[in-house]
Design a protein around this ligand. Structure first.
Ligand SMILES: C[S@@+](CC[C@H](N)C(=O)[O-])C[C@H]1O[C@@H](n2cnc3c(N)ncnc32)[C@H](O)[C@@H]1O
Length: 210
């Protein structure tokens, strides 16, 4: 596992196991801000009073951290549930910004109040095994790319995520490959294509229509 600085100065990791970066090398924070915060959190906050978020692939915790900041700023009560099959080792945490370390120091399987508007829980489990409730408003789908983990981008997986959302709930992801769109549609989602972060023409917002 290697720590790298991306073009906007924020850090990412490189996984040798999957031969994948955790974020865009053109800007980890810029990518999360666009794909998960703007297209996900901000949009969902306009539709629902309180938000329940499920994150597939907690990783460095960047999405959780940015969401906690956004929840506090917008005063939206948010509960966040992130899963991770391969937790980042503790010696790497020291290289993370202090606020991000908080998410790694919290105990697995326990709810932690991060700020007045943000409750956080993480679980060390795979997407295949996790039992999901059916009351999420928003899913951050942040798996490694289909080239590395095709088994995480199937219709079956997306059906599980579709069932985990309330009506009107949404899923955002950075990957807009044609077969990912097809599998999302086959699982029941409507697809919107949006402009991505730098060097990414298009990203997806998938909606469970009312
Ligand atoms: C693209 S990275 C996530 C980046 C993360 N959201 C962040 O902000 O740092 C993908 C993550 O999915 C995790 N992962 C891989 N296979 C998984 C599985 N089957 N179930 C749960 N997590 C998995 C990886 O360990 C990695 O942390």
């Amino acid at each position: 596992m290697e720590v790298k600085i991306t073009d906007d100065g924020s850090i990412t990791l490189f996984s040798e196991q999957f031969n994948q970066h955790y974020h865009s090398k053109f800007g980890a924070k810029t990518e999360s801000d666009r794909v998960f915060l703007e297209l996900g959190f901000t949009y969902t906050a306009e539709k629902f009073e309180n938000i329940k978020i499920f994150e597939m692939g907690f990783g460095t915790g960047l999405n959780a951290w940015l969401s906690a900041v956004a929840a506090e700023k917008s005063k939206i009560n948010t509960s966040y549930f992130g899963i991770e099959k391969y937790p980042v080792k503790s010696e790497i945490h020291e290289k993370f910004p202090v606020d991000l370390r908080l998410f790694h120091q919290s105990t697995w399987d326990e709810e932690v109040q991060i700020n007045d508007f943000f409750v956080f829980k993480k679980q060390k489990i795979s997407l295949e095994e996790v039992d999901l409730r059916n009351d999420f408003n928003l899913i951050y789908y942040d798996a490694f790319a289909p080239e590395a983990q095709p088994e995480l981008w199937t219709e079956e997986v997306f059906k599980k995520l579709f069932d985990a959302l309330v009506l009107g709930g949404i899923l955002t992801t950075y990957c807009s490959k044609a077969y990912v769109q097809r599998n999302l549609k086959a699982a029941g989602f409507s697809i919107e294509k949006h402009l991505g972060p730098p060097h990414k023409r298009e990203v997806l917002r998938a909606i469970k229509q009312i």
